[in-house]
Design a protein around this ligand. Structure first.
Ligand SMILES: [Zn+2]
Ligand SMILES: [Zn+2]
Length: 289
């Protein structure tokens, strides 16, 4: 069983690296990738740690990058790269840059104004939460805004930010190119350091045609492969992505997106049910087996 998509407390997971490795050992994960958001701190810790006593499976170094391509925000998983070769660049372009929530807030307010969506004069600082946690309730306070949204959009509890940044037709679409790095740049840099790039959890994005987006990533040379299994996918989605990879000779990966105790229903290796993906899935590209 493999799990190539997990998070520790180097990003938004709750477990330490040591705890992650202990849990992976307990869960009999044969190949594990720890893929914290926009950082290589996990790789650094693993390099300085004698983890053989804790975890006996194989480890693939990895990072989940927040990137933008053609105005669409999404996540790219980079695997198997030499972190030392990109250390300075990741620190500057990914670790520091993604913290710019003030800019995100400004773009959201600007987009509301441009699209005639009424909001009050809002002041923002980080202690108030994520920008969406301030803006979306404000939009909903003004009932005259409802006409711009579908019922589903108006009533959504989650996914507002994703819609803002992945769907150009959303009434409050924002282009976050000024906040997150360009997908092609990230892919080129990580490949130069020996890595492979995979698009993460395709079905979580809110664009109308997801396969069209996948086509674009493939044609523009951004991905080597696709995360074909993720704990949020159903059987049909997994099947579609596997067929797509076979058709276009793309590599495949699989991961639960385990965040430790923050999302206790998503367990290492098995996700919310019995994901249990065999390492055969990655034999084509994995030098670590
Ligand atoms: Zn993600
Ligand atoms: Zn993730």
């Amino acid at each position: 069983m493999i799990d190539l998509h997990t998070h520790t407390n180097f990003s938004d997971g709750t477990w330490s690296m040591k705890k992650m490795l202990e849990e992976a050992e307990k869960a009999n994960i044969e190949v594990l990738a720890v893929t914290d958001h926009d950082t290589i701190k996990g790789q650094k810790e693993l390099a300085n740690m004698n983890y053989g006593d804790i975890y006996t499976g194989k480890l693939i170094p990895g990072t989940e990058f927040s990137v933008v391509h053609d105005g669409i925000y999404f996540h790219l998983l980079g695997y198997g790269f030499d972190y030392k070769k990109v250390e300075e660049w990741v620190t500057k372009e990914c670790e520091e840059r993604k913290l710019d929530v003030k800019e995100e807030f400004r773009l959201m307010c600007e987009s509301c104004k441009k699209n005639n969506i009424k909001i009050g004069n809002l002041k923002y600082d980080k202690t108030m939460g994520w920008p969406v946690e301030v803006i979306f309730p404000e939009i909903k306070k003004h009932l005259e805004n409802k006409k711009y949204f579908t019922d589903e959009e108006w009533n959504m509890e989650r996914g507002y930010f994703e819609r803002c940044v992945t769907n150009k037709k959303f009434p409050v679409y924002i282009n976050v190119e000024s906040i997150f790095p360009n997908a092609k740049d990230v892919a080129d840099k990580i490949r130069k350091a020996g890595g492979k790039m995979f698009v993460a959890h395709l079905y979580r994005y809110h664009m109308d045609n997801k396969i069209e987006f996948l086509d674009k990533l493939r044609e523009d040379g951004i991905i080597d492969g696709v995360e074909v299994c993720h704990s949020s996918f159903n059987e049909e989605q997994i099947d579609t992505l596997k067929k797509y990879c076979k058709k276009y000779n793309l590599l495949m990966s699989a991961g639960t997106d385990c965040h430790g105790d923050k999302k206790p229903d998503i367990k290492l290796g098995v996700g919310t049910g019995n994901m249990n993906v065999s390492k055969d899935l990655i034999y084509k590209w994995n030098p670590y087996l």
